[in-house]
Design a protein around this ligand. Structure first.
Ligand SMILES: Cc1ncc(COP(=O)(O)O)c(C=O)c1O
Length: 402
């Protein structure tokens, strides 16, 4: 894309291939080079003074901590794909969550946090925000416009994550955002599941969108990276807080994530196709009680998902019929293609035994059987199905106690 054509209206897939690339600035290289830089030298004192102009603090390359052409390239691309004003990178998804929250609250304020949030986000509220005099109330992910009843005069943040971690409830983002704004609060959302590509959060009222770029943006299980995308109004408050806290991203991680971004849409398409095939098969299995995947028509969140999302990623939950721990362990241990490990969003399939009931306070998790979180990768889904079939054989061999 020529620099004079950057204002043109291209479709998202075209933007994924072209944004953040400035070959003219890098001897024609297709990809921006990796800047390993702390000190950035100025040619003379006039240039030094110009770079230190505080109104340009986040626009120029003046110190590695504040950004380099590598990080600016990824920020430019991510923000445009989601339809936000600007983005900033952090060292992890969790750092993106905590910096965004810290930017929006002060002592005496109140946060409304979704009960199905990523566990460490809850830990941050309980262990850090409480020490700063910020109170948190957890709310039912399905609350919708009724969130208005929970708003207090000092509520500054309504935090969403949709679908929810481990349990995959789909939130009515627009209804919650409208109530939050009516009461003067900002809307923060962990949008990692959908990535900037499948949920354009700003069109639904979100002020600050948070991503663990570690997942689908990186896409290859070799990066730890966070990103925050904001509206114009929220950019400076959040960016300044991130700088004040000393957050930044590693250059190689930013580069890998930008490379991952180029194939985000094709990978997501395949993740969804494979995940649907495996999820549908799981629904037919006698060992399975429920599959928690909004892309399935039977899922309670399906209608909202269809209304708001542009597709589904490859992460979903499976509730098994009651089975002993040793039987479930035997099932998981028997799998050949599903890795046992934290994180998700890479090209490979993963499985974890989860405990959705743990930590919940506003809602309860009543399912009797064990819960699994499955990430469906880019393998052939038939192989994944056969692997899971073998796992179920082992579950029976050790013995279920249904
Ligand atoms: C929904 C969600 N948000 C944020 C994070 C945190 O990302 P990171 O591991 O990069 O800190 C995770 C990690 O698993 C996650 O699942």
């Amino acid at each position: 894309m020529k620099s004079e054509n950057r204002g043109r209206k291209y479709h998202k897939d075209t933007l994924l291939a072209h944004l953040g690339r400035h070959p003219e600035a890098h001897n024609g290289a297709v990809n921006p080079p990796v800047y390993h830089a702390s000190t950035i030298l100025s040619a003379n004192m006039t240039e030094w003074e110009a770079k230190r102009d505080s109104s340009k603090r986040f626009d120029v390359v003046r110190y590695g901590l504040l950004g380099t052409p590598t990080t600016f390239a990824l920020e430019e691309a991510i923000a445009a794909i989601e339809g936000g004003y600007r983005a900033m990178l952090m060292s992890s998804g969790l750092a993106a969550i905590t910096a965004a929250l810290q930017a929006c609250v002060k002592c005496g304020d109140h946060v409304l946090m979704v009960d199905s949030c990523y566990g460490p986000a809850r830990n941050f509220c309980e262990r850090v925000l409480t020490r700063c005099g910020v109170a948190t109330t957890y709310y039912d992910p399905l609350i919708g416009a009724d969130i208005a009843r929970l708003m207090r005069p000092n509520t500054r943040v309504v935090y969403l994550e949709s679908p929810g971690s481990l349990t995959f409830e789909v939130q009515d983002v627009a209804a919650i955002a409208a109530a939050a704004h009516e009461a003067g609060a900002k809307v923060l959302m962990d949008n990692t599941w959908a990535s900037p590509y499948l949920f354009r959060s700003f069109e639904h009222g979100v002020d600050v969108s948070i991503h663990a770029a570690t997942k689908y943006i990186g896409g290859h299980s070799d990066v730890i990276l966070g990103a925050v995308i904001t509206t114009k109004e929220m950019f400076l408050p959040v960016r300044t807080m991130a700088a004040d806290l000393g957050h930044c991203a590693a250059p190689d991680d930013a580069y890998f994530a930008l490379r991952g971004l180029r194939t985000l849409s094709v990978r997501l398409e395949r993740h969804e196709k494979n995940a649907l095939a495996v999820a549908r098969w799981l629904q037919t299995r006698p060992e399975v009680s429920r599959v928690l995947y909004p892309a399935l028509p039977e899922d309670p969140g399906h209608e909202l998902w269809k209304r708001d999302f542009l597709g589904a990623s490859g992460l979903f939950g499976v509730v098994l019929k009651p089975a002993s721990k040793s039987a479930v362990y035997a099932m998981i241990d028997a799998l050949d293609l599903f890795g046992i490990g934290s994180s998700w969003g890479g090209y490979e399939s993963l499985i974890l035994l989860t405990q959705p009931a743990r930590g919940r306070t506003a809602t309860s998790w009543e399912e009797a059987g064990p819960s699994l979180r499955v990430h469906i990768g880019l393998e052939d889904p038939q192989d994944l199905i056969e692997d899971l079939e073998h796992g179920f054989d082992q579950l029976h061999a050790v013995g279920s106690v249904a």
